[in-house]
Ligand binder design. Structure first.
Ligand code: NAG
Ligand code: NAG
Ligand code: NAG
Ligand code: NAG
Ligand code: NAG
Length: 540
């Protein structure tokens, strides 16, 4: 008799890696705290996030996630790929993209200066086999910042840089010793050669007059040295349109600027101290992120004077400890789609996307417009993500490790993308025997194609295989209980939707199973019940 079970119901302790996966005891991915399960009309695709601990651990409080890094998840919180330790150092802005007709992943990797919100590093690009195929650095002897990497044509991408430079700041209230400012720079790079094709520097075009945060300790730097340079402008996103012009979000000017691709001049400013537009109701934003052009929203009868953009409006600024309550300009953060008219010089809100639980994030965040009209808003320092329909109705909401799961998780940007992952590494397998029988567990980090796992006993000198059973793949890890007969060695094969064998595991030798010593203890537990469903339970 052959029996196949779906081993998605592994019971684990919280806040530690222990017992999450039998075949990958080293992995402790964040657990998604899904407070509004995905509705039927969410967009197709996987979730791309890179959660990290926003706070240092203290003697009395630990902050999650235990394994900060880039992750791909399904809507039910099931892990597809853990990039922990693969994209190393500090990783953020993790996305899928197309590069010269190829599906790729990219992420910023580098050092993170949380106090100033700056990163220093490079962009690493991987192929569908999770192999690094390119590392891109900034041009002109500079270091790439963490905020932006955005593929804007078949073979070019935009990045940005925070370059500290000495500057005469006396006109802005500086003492003699306050001599450092951050020049906010962006570049467009050829992704194949790394050649710098365009460079724009804020100090050539924008004076500190536009700064909303004064030269002052604890705000945006006080200018006493290069690591404390006054971050008067703070670009955090760059986009490019088909006319060859750029759109930048300048957080510390509370404005979005359109930049001419031919001479770098400022074509218009939206909001901030010197807005080119009259703002309609709820258009105003501050400390915003992730401004993007959206030519696809234009209807046929709208002329060249009409432009659509989206952005993430934090509406808040402040310290980690104060949770951004020090300065805020709206009751909550929000995602925004804005229509601009450069004849009438008016800006109107097309749609606002307001958060469940009145979230207000003092840092980070993104707003992604999806092909079916839905919108994903990622709430930055609040470590949460929401999907909406085009009218702003909430379809899906989750936190990344929150509540008693783990505290203080933050996530810079969050996206939904389609992705086909074909890992180069072999699938992992373990065969565990206890009093009740033997169970074989398999997983394959990053694989999206396996539909069924087939299990075989390996016998005899020549490794002859005899079929033990099969199990549908419904979760990161799949298990098969096997009858207690003379089985000592087991292998499994990953089979795709068309019945093709993708890959075989190595041979697993039966091992005695060590069970979690939680019986009798009252411990919160995590159970993925089945596809589309997740539940939190207390052990009796
Ligand atoms: C830079 O200036 C800040 C603010 O005055 C100070 O806290 C910091 O210690 C200085 N760093 C160095 C390396 O001098
Ligand atoms: C305000 O914007 C206009 C263009 O719209 C520009 O000519 C002017 O220099 C700006 N003022 C300041 C103080 O930046
Ligand atoms: C305008 O903003 C307020 C406060 O954030 C919000 O409650 C309201 O629904 C918004 N109105 C529109 C039309 O977006
Ligand atoms: C999930 O998030 C909610 C809202 O922040 C929180 O109240 C709850 O405790 C969290 N659940 C878990 C299991 O951490
Ligand atoms: C994923 O692919 C499906 C099918 O082609 C498409 O309908 C959907 O819009 C895609 N999702 C994303 C996030 O691009």
């Amino acid at each position: 008799m052959r029996r196949s079970i779906i081993a998605a119901a592994g019971i684990v302790q919280l806040a530690v890696a222990d017992w999450q996966y039998k075949s990958r005891t080293d992995l402790a991915p964040p657990r998604l705290n899904i407070t509004i399960p995905a509705a039927d009309n969410v967009e197709k695709g996987y979730l791309f996030v890179a959660p990290f601990a926003g706070f240092h651990d203290t003697a009395t409080e630990q902050h999650g996630p235990r394994q900060a890094g880039p992750y791909i998840f399904r809507d039910n919180g099931d892990l597809v790929w853990s990039g922990y330790g693969i994209y190393s150092i500090w990783s953020t802005n993790f996305q899928a993209a197309r590069w010269k007709g190829q599906d790729v992943l990219f992420s910023f990797e580098g050092d993170h200066n949380a106090g100033y919100g700056h990163g220093h590093g490079h962009t690493t690009i991987m192929d569908q086999h999770y192999e690094t195929i390119r590392e891109l650095r900034a041009g002109n002897h500079k270091l790439t910042d963490k905020h932006e990497f955005h593929v804007v044509s078949d073979n070019t991408a935009v990045i940005q840089i925070y370059q500290p430079v000495p500057y005469d700041l006396t006109a802005w209230g500086a003492s003699e010793e306050q001599q450092w400012i951050v020049n906010a720079i962006f570049q467009e790079l050829d992704m194949s050669t790394g050649e710098m094709l365009f460079e724009w520097a804020s100090l050539d075009h924008v004076t500190p007059y536009e700064a909303v945060l004064p030269l002052n300790p604890g705000q945006a730097g006080s200018g006493y040295n290069s690591s404390d340079a006054w971050d008067y402008f703070h670009i955090n996103s760059v986009d490019k349109n088909t006319d060859g012009d750029y759109l930048i979000s300048a957080r510390d000017a509370c404005s979005v600027h359109k930049i001419s691709g031919s001479d770098g001049s400022i074509m218009w400013r939206l909001d901030g101290k010197n807005s080119s537009f009259t703002l309609g109701k709820n258009v105003t934003f501050c400390f915003q992120h992730h401004a993007r052009f959206h030519p696809e929203l234009k209807s046929e009868n709208e002329g060249d004077n009409i432009e659509y953009i989206s952005l993430y409006d934090n509406s808040a600024h402040g310290t980690e400890d104060g949770r951004g309550t020090e300065v805020h300009t709206a009751p909550t953060s929000s995602g925004k789609i804005i229509k601009l008219d450069t004849d009438a010089w008016t800006a109107e809100l097309v749609q606002g996307f307001y958060p469940p639980d009145n979230l207000r994030s003092k840092s980070q965040g993104s707003t992604q417009l999806l092909p079916n009209g839905n919108v994903i808003v990622n709430w930055g320092s609040e470590g949460a993500l929401t999907e909406y329909d085009s009218k702003g109705n909430v379809l899906f909401h989750f936190y990344m490790d929150s509540g008693y799961l783990d505290l203080g998780v933050e996530n810079y940007r969050g996206f939904r993308y389609n992705w086909t992952g074909l890992p180069n590494e072999e699938p992992a397998i373990v065969a565990l025997e206890n009093d009740e029988g033997t169970t074989v567990y398999v997983s394959w980090n990053g694989d999206t194609e396996t539909k069924t796992w087939r299990f075989y006993a390996v016998t005899g000198k020549y490794g002859a295989k005899s079929f033990l059973g099969e199990a549908p793949r419904v979760s990161f890890e799949t298990a098969l209980e096997i009858p207690n007969k003379q089985v000592m060695h087991v292998v499994a094969e990953a089979v795709d939707a068309r019945g093709k064998v993708l890959r075989s595991t190595g041979v697993a030798k039966l091992e005695p199973e060590i069970l979690p010593a939680t019986a009798g203890k009252k411990t919160p537990t995590f159970v993925v019940q089945d596809e589309g469903q997740q539940a939190w339970m207390e052990l009796k």
